[in-house]
Write a protein that binds this ligand. Structure first.
Ligand code: GLY
Length: 421
């Protein structure tokens, strides 16, 4: 009897212990699930933009715009304030924006899988193959990479490789080893400066060189790109990590002669898109080199840029005029930085840094996709309220094709990040 009781008690104790263990395990797992959920909420909360809708908006805008854009000798560049339709400009070798429209179409194919955009992209890309020989300015990178580079990467158009390699060679021909940078502009078109001119925008063109070095091109393309990034890092930035737009170097000894602007408010001001090119440029240079000094610098530039932003995450066209609410916005700068920050968030190890860049990038996209900046129902672009060159008196508060390009690139990056979660 006693033994039986003992056994019963023992069995009971075992059962109770098992129950206790189960209960503990249950609570621990609930707690973990809660923690995971909380983590998820942090990221999902910040991706509380409706990405599918933003992509659908872009596709619907293209369905309206594309049938109107039939002249292959031209490409859409801007939509004037209060107008609905794209103003087209000739596919001319001196016009830096030729590659963005095909680039938009490649990304539209990327995010929707709709073959219509691929076919249209091919058509719009292949009209300016001869631009691969441009040696008159640095913009060959901006022109060729969004079109042919995306055609190669997104569209699987391997036959674009030689065109890209020739383009890289043309760009590299403008590198001046005495200075350590690529010469951006010609003096003829920009007579204020007499010697070697490098502008901050030039950072973006380095992507073509990195790509070419990795894809069968001359290894010196890589060295040129790195040298350009290092020289620019040394000379183009103020102590507060904002940048000048235009630097004039002595072509022979490489000394900095002048620090000026062309599109900013003043020589010493902080032109917003220029700051955006810096953030994007150094993020991309880190991606290509994995050299920590470029990551550190990209982070510093990003943090500085974020610290200057107004509530809606879209800067005025120059940070030095931003305190005046009447000054126009530049949505293009916001789109460039949104795309860069989403990339940057994947390169940093620290969770706080990851969240800071990811959240800022998403907030920018959310703002750009809102009624305030979206062109849906108003004009044929994706975005409104960009400013190309107010200091020169043109492209003020308009839609710009490169704003749309970096916007859809950012949406594509966000879609890829989401699918990895
Ligand atoms: N790269 C020319 C511009 O940003 O206006």
């Amino acid at each position: 009897m006693k033994n039986n009781n003992r056994n019963k008690i023992k069995n009971g104790q075992v059962k109770n212990s098992l129950l206790l263990i189960c209960l503990i395990a249950f609570f621990v797992s609930c707690n973990n699930a809660k923690k995971e959920e909380q983590n998820k909420v942090v990221s999902t909360n910040n991706v509380s933009i409706n990405l599918d809708k933003l992509i659908k908006d872009c596709e619907n805008q293209l369905k309206i715009a594309v049938p109107k854009l039939t002249d292959l000798t031209k490409h859409p560049r801007l939509i004037d304030t209060d107008k609905k339709e794209w103003k087209e400009v000739g596919n001319h070798k001196l016009i830096w924006t030729s590659g963005f429209y095909p680039g938009v179409l490649w990304y539209a194919y990327d995010v929707t899988g709709n073959e219509r955009w691929k076919n249209e992209a091919i058509k719009r890309t292949e009209v300016f193959e001869d631009f691969k020989n441009i040696t008159e300015h640095h913009d060959i990178g901006f022109m060729m990479f969004p079109a042919y580079g995306n055609g190669y990467k997104i569209g699987g158009k391997k036959e674009y490789k030689d065109i890209l390699l020739t383009s890289a060679s043309s760009l590299a021909s403008r590198f001046n080893p005495n200075v350590g940078t690529i010469r951006s502009w010609s003096n003829k078109m920009h007579p204020r400066w007499k010697q070697h001119i490098t502008i901050i925008d030039n950072m973006l063109n380095l992507e073509l060189l990195f790509w070419a070095a990795k894809n069968g091109g001359d290894k010196k393309f890589y060295d040129i790109a790195v040298k350009h990034a290092e020289t620019t890092m040394k000379n183009h930035f103020r102590k507060d990590l904002t940048s000048w737009h235009v630097l004039e170097y002595d072509s022979i000894n490489g000394n900095v002669l002048n620090r000026h602007t062309k599109q900013g408010f003043a020589d010493d001001s902080r032109w917003s898109r220029g700051q955006a090119w810096g953030v994007y440029g150094y993020t991309m240079v880190y991606k290509e080199t994995k050299d920590k000094k470029f990551l550190d610098f990209a982070q510093k530039l990003a943090d500085k840029y974020i610290s200057l932003l107004p509530e809606d995450m879209v800067p005025a066209w120059d940070f030095d005029v931003q305190s005046n609410p009447k000054e126009e916005k530049d949505a293009s700068a916001a789109a460039v930085v949104a795309s860069a920050l989403l990339d940057l968030s994947t390169f940093v190890d620290n969770k706080a840094d990851q969240d800071r860049y990811f959240n800022a990038g998403v907030k920018m996209l959310k703002s750009l996709g809102s009624d305030k900046y979206s062109a849906v129902g108003k004009a044929d672009s994706f975005l409104l309220h960009s400013t190309g060159a107010k200091s020169l008196g043109h492209e003020i508060d308009v839609a710009l094709i490169y704003a749309d390009y970096y916007y859809i690139e950012a949406l594509s990056r966000l879609k890829k990040l989401e699918s990895q979660q």
